[in-house]
Design a protein around this ligand. Structure first.
Ligand SMILES: NC(=O)c1ccc[n+]([C@@H]2O[C@H](COP(=O)([O-])OP(=O)(O)OC[C@H]3O[C@@H](n4cnc5c(N)ncnc54)[C@H](O)[C@@H]3O)[C@@H](O)[C@H]2O)c1
Length: 335
């Protein structure tokens, strides 16, 4: 489907559900960007879920978002259960504004919802020559190391830095072996998942996506991944006033209340300590890229390069949408 036409349809769907034009546009752009970078598990496959939550009054279409300025560099946002895209957009823009003024910006957000891809917000900061670190927690998917029950989300860790070129360095990774969105898409389309990424509810390794959703996902690198997930839960949940310790509700399955997710946005000027940052980062990347390559590797890439290439390739083409999502869009346009 043509990108502009698709965006118009998604905006219409959100506006029909009482979102303002601005909020509908922010949300539609974030969802379409996920499709363009190939993060299908965080794109239009989630559209119906957001709409269901708005209809059930668990996402507030007309939020009164409060921004409390704590200092010239620090703000605390109460998102009033807005759709996550909107609170994250305000969060990163506020953090950028603070960093431009004082060198560093820190913004905590509470009472928010699922905001999609952390890297999408990191790009905004990196474009302004800022380094950024972004954290969000997510519903239970992973058992803390040593526990039998899932509690941590796939809690992504995102770090963005300018590279002195138009392709930003953006490490944006779940702390699970694969992200939950991919498992949901596989479950919906009756596809298998790789071995070694999840256990079923009896603790047995599974390649069945539906059984994986009932069981637990595995963290990257055992107790190290579990520790990172815990760190994200502290930074985006405990610190911000958001839900934490397994209390974030699953947006697809749990309609007993709003998610109250927390996010943390940290941004700072890349040349805070070394005026020639740009020269230094270019040199750093050059040295690494020149290393001898492992068999089959054409280019040593830095994080973010693959998504940048995919985005560039995909923006030239029509957006391919699977039948399930097409059906969702058609039904949502009518209702
Ligand atoms: N909002 C939420 O609750 C939530 C939860 C989990 C994940 N997410 C999002 O899902 C997205 C996907 O997460 P993921 O863990 O599947 O990411 P991924 O595994 O696709 O990529 C992880 C990182 O590795 C880098 N990378 C990939 N291939 C590389 C290569 N060959 N060389 C060098 N670097 C490479 C990527 O650029 C990326 O920075 C992220 O944007 C994340 O923010 C969101």
């Amino acid at each position: 489907m043509n990108k502009i036409k698709l965006e118009k349809k998604i905006i219409k769907i959100f506006k029909n559900l009482q979102l303002s034009n601005n909020h509908a546009e922010i949300s539609a752009k974030a969802l379409i960007n996920a499709e363009l970078v190939g993060a299908y598990g965080h794109g239009l496959s989630r559209l119906k879920m957001y709409c269901d939550r708005i209809k059930k009054k668990l996402i507030n279409p007309k939020p009164k978002i409060k921004i409390k300025k704590i200092s010239q560099s620090i703000s605390h946002i109460d998102a009033n259960n807005s759709i996550g895209f909107v609170s994250a957009d305000i969060g990163i823009k506020t953090a950028i504004k603070h960093a431009k003024k004082t060198g560093i910006g820190m913004v905590a957000v509470k009472n928010s919802g699922h905001y999609g891809l952390s890297g999408y917000y990191a790009e905004q900061a990196v474009k302004k020559n800022l380094i950024t670190m972004i954290f969000t927690n997510a519903p239970p998917a992973i058992a803390p190391y040593g526990a039998l029950k899932s509690l941590f989300g796939t809690n992504p860790i995102c770090f963005g830095a300018p590279t002195g070129s138009k392709i930003p360095f953006i490490l944006d990774t779940s702390i699970s072996m694969i992200n939950r969105g991919k498992i949901r898409v596989a479950a919906r389309n009756n596809q298998k998942i790789p071995l070694g990424v999840a256990l079923d509810k009896f603790g047995k390794p599974t390649i069945n996506a539906k059984k994986a959703l009932e069981g637990v996902q595995l963290p990257i690198a055992g107790f190290r991944g579990s520790g990172l997930a815990w760190m994200v839960d502290i930074l985006s949940g405990v610190l911000t006033g958001g839900n934490h310790a397994g209390k974030v509700k699953d947006p697809f399955d749990d309609f007993s209340g709003p998610q109250n997710i927390g996010h943390l946005f940290v941004t700072f000027k890349a040349n805070l300590f070394q005026k020639n940052y740009n020269q230094r980062i270019k040199q750093n990347i050059k040295i690494i890229k020149k290393l001898p390559k492992a068999k089959g590797v054409k280019e040593i890439m830095y994080p973010g390069q693959n998504k940048f290439y995919r985005f560039k390739k995909n923006t030239k083409k029509e957006i391919l949408i699977n039948n399930n999502t097409k059906k969702d869009i058609q039904e949502l346009l009518i209702n």
